[in-house]
Design a protein around this ligand. Structure first.
Ligand SMILES: Nc1ncnc2c1ncn2[C@@H]1O[C@H](COP(=O)(O)OP(=O)(O)OP(=O)(O)O)[C@@H](O)[C@H]1O
Ligand SMILES: C[C@@](O)(CCO)CC(=O)[O-]
Ligand SMILES: [Mg+2]
Length: 388
């Protein structure tokens, strides 16, 4: 039995970090994917293994099923029985990963490996199998690499878990999950994200699962709310990867610490970001009948992105490299903001409909001279997809 599943990365148009503290945020999927292929091996043989092949990194790891069972104990694994990783279990998982002597330059991978072992054994138990992962997303750069990894993995595992029927999509060589199964995929991925991030809001796994553009709000006491948005005009975004490494977990906790030091001030900033997301959601869905209306809409959108970037700087998650992108693009009156956790990573630049190709090329060339990598993305494609 085998299955292939892919899930997209994302951009956040407004509201990152504030969303962790209850503000609304707007995110959209992009056309860069993480793909997970799992083939199960027949059980009951000797030397059964759970293997993980991280193709992009050239890392091939495996754990004997018997060892995993001995360390993690018996479990009644099933895709429909959602569970969280306890701190005791995380400790056991870290022991299992530590034995693999991961090269120092890949040490940031550890949390992804804990998430892999947790999701695999919680959903499929100790069934032997080989998982191959490839990704088009730069890892740890703000484009949701962790969420797309967790969503693609959870999707593939659930597709292989007993009792889940997949619906064949008309005319496409592709399967889709029923809506309630999609919700389950997103919830499992959230449990994986908790291992990677510590305190995720859930926006990244939600947009990677459902795709398109969403407005997301984490209700502090109950569950989260997700509203799909229908953008009436195409949004073209230039992404600049500053190549400055950062880690979402530590950036999220640095914002929480600042919020503890200045509760009233930070709460006002989060409220302001919430208003930006509310306004942006209305704006993207508002009709724009002619060129003048499109330009007016784009001006407003750029202003909102600019204000959001200012507030992100104010909560301490910008970075010299991000400010360089903001200044460089501003020379051509283009607005940029960080996306995802900030601290380096990727920056979004809105590309207005009427911007000439010559100006776009000039901006890209200046950014690349700074050592950054630029690429265009399609905004708002499909979410998780599963292939037989
Ligand atoms: N393809 C992958 N294979 C294994 N682990 C991965 C993969 N992609 C991401 N990860 C895990 O996720 C970590 C990066 O997650 P992190 O949340 O810091 O960045 P991001 O998701 O790219 O950005 P953001 O959360 O700001 O959108 C990696 O260090 C690794 O542990
Ligand atoms: C920084 C953050 O707001 C977005 C990361 O893409 C964290 C989260 O919401 O989980
Ligand atoms: Mg992440």
């Amino acid at each position: 039995m085998e299955v292939r599943c892919r899930a997209p990365g994302k951009i956040i148009l407004a509201g990152e970090h504030a969303v962790v503290h209850g503000a609304a945020a707007i995110a959209a999927s992009i056309d860069l994917y993480t793909e997970v292929h799992i083939s199960l091996r027949p059980s009951g043989q000797e030397d059964e293994l759970i293997e993980l092949d991280l193709k992009d990194m050239g890392l091939n790891l495996s754990w004997p099923c018997s060892q995993l069972k001995e360390v993690l104990g018996d479990c009644s694994a099933h895709g429909s029985v959602l569970m969280s990783c306890t701190s005791e279990k995380l400790e056991l998982l870290s022991g299992l990963v530590a034995q693999k002597n991961i090269p120092q330059e890949n040490v940031q991978l550890n949390s992804g490996l804990y998430a892999f072992l947790f999701l695999y054994t919680s959903i499929l138990g100790y069934k032997p199998g080989k998982t191959i992962v490839t990704s088009e997303l730069p890892m740890g750069s703000g484009l949701g690499s962790s969420a797309s990894f967790c969503v693609a993995l959870s999707g593939a595992l659930i597709a292989l878990s007993e009792g889940f029927s997949l619906k064949i999509k008309e005319k496409k060589d592709q399967f889709s999950f029923e809506k309630n199964v999609l919700e389950l995929v997103s919830k499992w991925a959230f449990e994986g994200e908790r291992i990677v991030h510590g305190k995720p809001s859930g926006i990244d796994n939600t947009v990677s699962t459902f795709g398109n553009m969403i407005k997301f709000k984490k209700e502090l006491k109950t569950t989260s709310s997700m509203t799909p948005l229908n953008s009436t005009t195409p949004l073209k975004m230039l992404i600049t990867d500053t190549r400055v490494g950062r880690n979402t977990k530590s950036l999220v906790s640095s914002v929480s610490e600042r919020a503890l030091r200045h509760p009233d001030t930070m709460s006002s900033v989060f409220n302001a970001i919430n208003s930006i997301s509310d306004e942006l959601a209305l704006l993207v869905e508002s009709p724009a009948a002619d060129k003048a209306a499109v330009s007016e809409k784009e001006e407003k959108l750029m202003e909102l992105m600019q204000m959001n970037q200012g507030l992100l700087q104010c909560i301490g998650v910008s970075h010299e490299s991000i400010e360089t992108v903001v200044r460089t693009t501003m020379k051509e009156k283009l607005v940029s903001k960080l996306t995802g956790a900030g601290g380096g990573g990727c920056v979004l630049t809105f590309v207005p409909t009427l911007l000439s190709a010559a100006v776009t090329e000039k901006v890209i060339s200046e950014l690349e001279k700074c050592g950054f990598r630029c690429f265009m993305v399609e905004v708002g494609g499909p979410g998780v997809q599963v292939f037989p």
